[in-house]
Design a protein around this ligand. Structure first.
Ligand code: ADP
Ligand code: MG
Length: 683
């Protein structure tokens, strides 16, 4: 019998009632119970009183030097005091509601006290006490586990139950890691680690046990990603695109600029992948404005010239329209047909478009993420380019596989991702990074002003517009209400119109129809309006190189990455650009964000600081981030282990015998049960 097949009922002391209560915490089997690790430890290690600070909780050893004095209040309340000698000092121990202890307080007897030390009164308020001469399950001298448990289950009960379970079943805990890795990293066995995590005894052993489980957790996680990656290579059933270098070179020659070295490098990485027989699964990351779009355009061009179709998936309709237009421009006269698929197009147009896609009359289709779903069929979909906000998931791949397609996938991120998060959230992908900005870009000058300085801000707007440039004014999304959010933008728009009656001001928000948005964007893009007041709908991807001033209202409401992303809407051409953050941040965190923004324009640095300030859970701000929840490991603090685990998992899954050698069968079965591999043929 395996531990995950034995019910917790089998543990001595677990009644049907308790079993039900444990279920509420997801504990059903012995494996669940033993794997229910404490989230912290209570320190019962004995200390010298002289080292304990006033107000601190500690455990000390003493000798009883007097008789217990008991005061009772009402029926059940009581206060018991007694003089105890601790480290040569005479201390008053105070217990509340433990009247029954009085009888046991005999002078000369040793006693262990755990409680809060009040130095000036030489008094300890005792929360726990023990007589070393009679203690059975002695807590003192140890670290006691604290579990995240509640309801009718007490800490004492769960401690006892887990201890019993460990006695009964502890030796049956099986090793999951390959022997060579346990050896290499000098890890304790899994059984030992389970034992010590629940009952560490001393601190160092507890640390070792944790190290072992952190490694295991991160290794198994990386194994999954790396196995998925290697399986894809082994299967080798993707499209081996036949793309001539000359085709790419002559296309690049038609662009109005020369590619940066960084762009050339990543284009090569992508093309190399596309030409291989497996399906590409690659992440393209680069700072805002580093020129990812043109890289995507080249890859799509290559796919089309090799006889396939391409799809570009973006998060908003505005962006879809914009990308469709810029692709059309780039492909002009080169025989590449671009189509646009949005939710708001008429049924008739949609039907026409779908038919052309299916017949192969359209080579590249741009749209939001519904693109590859319901009722959309391609003649031969070869390459999907998508963006970070919607990670191209395993299920999307399987939708396509069901339609008989296995395209290459290129995922682009809007902003750089700290490496820690990248190898966790995108660990199954190969990564290309654009490390360089197009030549001639001047760093955006960023200022932070208080709300009271609107006059100066207005003056700045006037100045930029007078020299022929354009301005964005961004109003924050008000989360509680998208009505307020829109109202906010409208108010701002009205105010600006009053301040600048001679200027043409555009307004863009989420409540407008697609056609309205398109018109506003087109006007701004064609320099027919001077100022664009918008909510964060312009956050990603919008590209108007003549815009040089970005004003962000209530900037404290935005996260760092979002601010950086918004700032990236300017500084896209040869003119010096500026970003003004209008904010009165009350929180320290808010001040810190404004500071980071004014100090650096480097997206990699901003991302690093953002992770520091927000922690990994909030970094992406979306549920689809693909970040797993670890039980023991902390992906930031345990970063070095994560790196090692990734290397180990990569090396192992690349080995020719990985899927054959029986000694890895434990790992296969773990993989087989993972959602990532559902429906995959593993042997
Ligand atoms: P990203 O998507 O990475 O934020 P874009 O692809 O929108 O950036 O590019 C930003 C701007 O830089 C666009 O106006 C684009 O035409 C321009 N651009 C891209 N590559 C180059 C280059 N090599 N030289 C000059 N300008 C470039
Ligand atoms: Mg390929």
């Amino acid at each position: 019998m395996k531990l995950d097949q034995i019910s917790v009922r089998q543990v001595k002391g677990v009644s049907a009632l308790k079993e039900g209560e444990l279920h509420a915490f997801g504990v059903r089997t012995i494996a669940d119970l033993l794997g229910y690790f404490p989230f912290r430890y209570e320190d019962y290690r004995v200390r010298e009183l002289s080292e304990v600070k006033n107000g601190e909780k500690a455990t000390v050893l003493g000798i009883i030097r007097g008789n217990g004095i008991l005061q009772r209040y009402g029926r059940s309340k009581s206060r018991l005091t007694c003089k105890i000698e601790v480290s040569g000092m005479l201390v008053t121990a105070v217990w509340f509601n433990r009247h029954f202890l009085k009888e046991q307080l005999t002078p000369g007897r040793e006693i262990m006290l755990t409680g809060k030390w009040e130095q000036h009164r030489l008094q300890m308020t005792v929360s726990d006490s023990e007589f070393p001469d009679s203690a059975k399950n002695s807590k003192s001298g140890s670290l006691q586990p604290v579990y995240s448990i509640g309801g009718n289950i007490t800490q004492a009960w769960i401690r006892k139950t887990i201890a019993t379970a460990l006695e009964q079943y502890g030796p049956m805990v099986e090793e999951v890691l390959p022997y060579e890795l346990v050896e290499e990293h000098r890890l304790m066995t899994r059984a030992e680690a389970f034992q010590l995590l629940h009952m560490p005894g001393d601190f160092r052993k507890g640390q070792e046990a944790r190290r072992r489980m952190v490694y295991e957790e991160l290794f198994l996680f990386q194994l999954k990603l790396q196995a998925y990656r290697s399986l894809n290579r082994v299967r080798n059933d993707g499209i081996a695109f036949r793309i001539e270098s000359e085709t790419i070179r002559s296309f690049a020659a038609t662009l109005p600029f020369e590619l940066t070295d960084a762009q050339k490098k990543v284009v090569n990485e992508i093309l190399t992948d596309m030409r291989r027989g497996y399906s590409m699964n690659r992440l393209l990351q680069g700072d805002v404005g580093s020129g990812k779009t043109v890289v995507a355009a080249i890859a799509l061009y290559g796919a089309v010239k090799a006889g396939h179709q391409g799809a570009l998936m973006v998060p908003t309709e505005i962006l879809a329209e914009q990308h469709a237009k810029s692709l059309q421009r780039m492909y002009e006269g080169l025989g590449v047909e671009v189509g646009l698929l949005t939710g708001s197009m008429t049924e008739r147009k949609r039907r026409d478009l779908l038919a052309s896609l299916q017949m192969g009359l359209i080579d590249v289709v741009v749209g939001t993420h519904a693109l590859i779903q319901e009722g959309v069929f391609f003649r031969s979909l070869g390459l999907v380019v998508t963006d970070e906000q919607h990670r191209f998931g395993v299920n999307q791949r399987s939708i396509l596989r069901h339609k008989g397609m296995n395209p290459d996938v290129l995922t682009m991120t809007a902003t750089p991702i700290p490496r820690t998060l990248a190898i966790t959230a995108y660990g199954d992908m190969d990564v290309s990074t654009l490390k360089e900005m197009p030549r001639g870009r001047k760093p955006i000058k960023t200022y932070w002003v208080k709300h009271g300085s609107m006059d100066r801000v207005l003056g700045f707007i006037r100045k930029e517009v007078s020299s022929g440039r354009q301005v964005y004014v961004i109003c924050p999304l008000i989360e509680e209400s998208d009505k307020l959010d829109v109202q906010n933008a409208i108010d701002q728009y009205v105010q600006l119109q009053q301040a600048f009656p001679d200027l043409k001001i555009g307004l863009l928000h989420g409540r407008m129809t697609a056609a309205e948005k398109d018109e506003v964007m087109s006007e701004f893009g064609a320099n027919e309006s001077h100022v664009l007041v918008a909510t964060t709908v312009v956050e990603v991807g919008v590209d108007v190189p003549n815009a040089t001033l970005m004003i962000i209202m209530d900037a404290e409401r935005f996260g760092l990455s979002q601010l950086h992303q918004l700032r990236g809407r300017v500084g896209r051409g040869e003119h010096q650009s500026y970003c003004v953050l209008v904010a009165d941040p009350k929180s320290e965190n808010g001040r810190e964000r404004m500071k980071v923004m004014t100090e650096t324009t480097d997206g990699f640095e901003v991302a690093r600081r953002d992770l520091e300030l927000r922690g990994p859970g909030d970094f992406f701000g979306t549920k689809q981030s693909g970040l797993p929840e670890f039980k023991v490991a902390d992906m930031v603090a345990d970063y070095e282990v994560l790196e090692t685990a990734r290397e180990d998992a990569g090396r192992l899954t690349e080995r020719e015998d990985f899927w054959k050698n029986e000694s890895f069968s434990r790992l296969w079965s773990i993989l087989k049960h993972d959602q990532l591999f559902q429906g995959e043929q593993l042997d």
